[in-house]
Design a protein around this ligand. Structure first.
Ligand SMILES: [Zn+2]
Length: 292
């Protein structure tokens, strides 16, 4: 089984997670930039974070035969912090990088005027850089937040098929699919969407323009929820081709719109170490490729 996690925050995960993901079938992932739980106090913290997302983290993923790409953005929550606003000026420098396949995650947290400004500005950046967009929907007021999100997406003029609206549920999926956007679902261990509800949704809405992710981060989350969803699909009568469609071909099609998705293996410049550092304190695991 070949899996692609289209939304996972590996910065917050361990090498054990990478090994378990590889064993479960994960061969590729996209790591959107997000809020780290602790407020950042300056733009410099974002420079280091974005550099890690295009440097150290793909290197770490490659040690486990997983192809790593990322999305960069000023996240909705920190869009409210005046100390972080200059991140918007920093983004064009990163949006031209090889392994940056989208702008994200952007959207609403508390639906403030500051979030409005950052959301619209970053949709415009996506249009200018011809990149897909990953949009986060708020966990509170999800229905009204999703409606407003779709209005802003429409007003931006971006092609809806270049937008995934994420963290959806039974109440928000129809509006997103009707708008022509991709529908993203984050499958969590305790709260929100689980793999059984996810499979019920797949039966109801079909497999087209659907992305399933684990969204695993520093909170209670499980980087193997993509595999759990795949297993639940099979147990519910979906075929292996259906699983491959949702868990591999859909994310490849969505992020492939960037023209930068490279699934032939780890990044070409990835060697034994990254800027002189490696993850090894013992013997190196055998070399692998993302496709293998
Ligand atoms: Zn996220």
């Amino acid at each position: 089984m070949r899996l692609f996690d289209p939304h996972i925050h590996m910065t917050s995960r361990t090498t054990d997670d990478y090994a378990a993901m590889r064993a479960a079938g994960v061969r590729a992932l996209v790591e959107p930039s997000f809020w780290l739980g602790q407020p950042r106090t300056s733009v410099g913290s974002f420079v280091d974070y974005f550099d890690a997302l295009i440097g150290w983290e793909p290197f770490r993923a490659a040690q486990f035969g997983i192809s790593h790409h990322c999305a960069v953005a000023l996240n909705p929550k920190e869009a409210n912090d005046p100390r972080c606003r200059e991140v918007l000026d920093l983004l064009p420098r990163y949006l031209v990088k090889d392994r940056v396949v989208a702008v994200g995650e952007i959207g609403y947290d508390s639906m403030t005027p500051e979030e409005d400004t950052a959301f619209a500005a970053q949709l415009a950046l996506a249009v200018r850089h011809d990149l897909p967009v990953l949009v986060h929907t708020p966990h509170r007021d999800k229905a009204s937040g999703t409606r407003r999100t779709l209005d802003v997406v429409r007003e931006s003029g971006i092609a809806p098929e270049r937008v995934v609206v994420d963290h959806l549920n039974e109440l928000t999926v129809a509006a997103v699919l009707d708008a022509g956007c991709w529908a993203g679902f984050s499958v969590y261990p305790q709260t929100k969407m689980d793999e059984h509800r996810m499979v019920t949704l797949l039966r109801e809405y079909g497999l087209e323009r659907i992305l399933v992710n684990s969204a695993a981060d520093w909170g209670r989350s499980d980087p193997l929820k993509t595999r759990a969803t795949a297993d639940t699909m099979l147990a519910s009568g979906f075929t292996t081709a259906d699983v491959e469609r949702v868990m591999w071909h859909n994310p490849v099609a969505f992020y492939g719109q960037s023209g930068r998705l490279d699934l032939t293996g780890p990044a070409p410049d990835i060697g034994e170490s990254h800027e002189g550092n490696s993850i090894e304190r013992g013997p190196r695991p055998a070399a692998r490729t993302a496709a293998g």
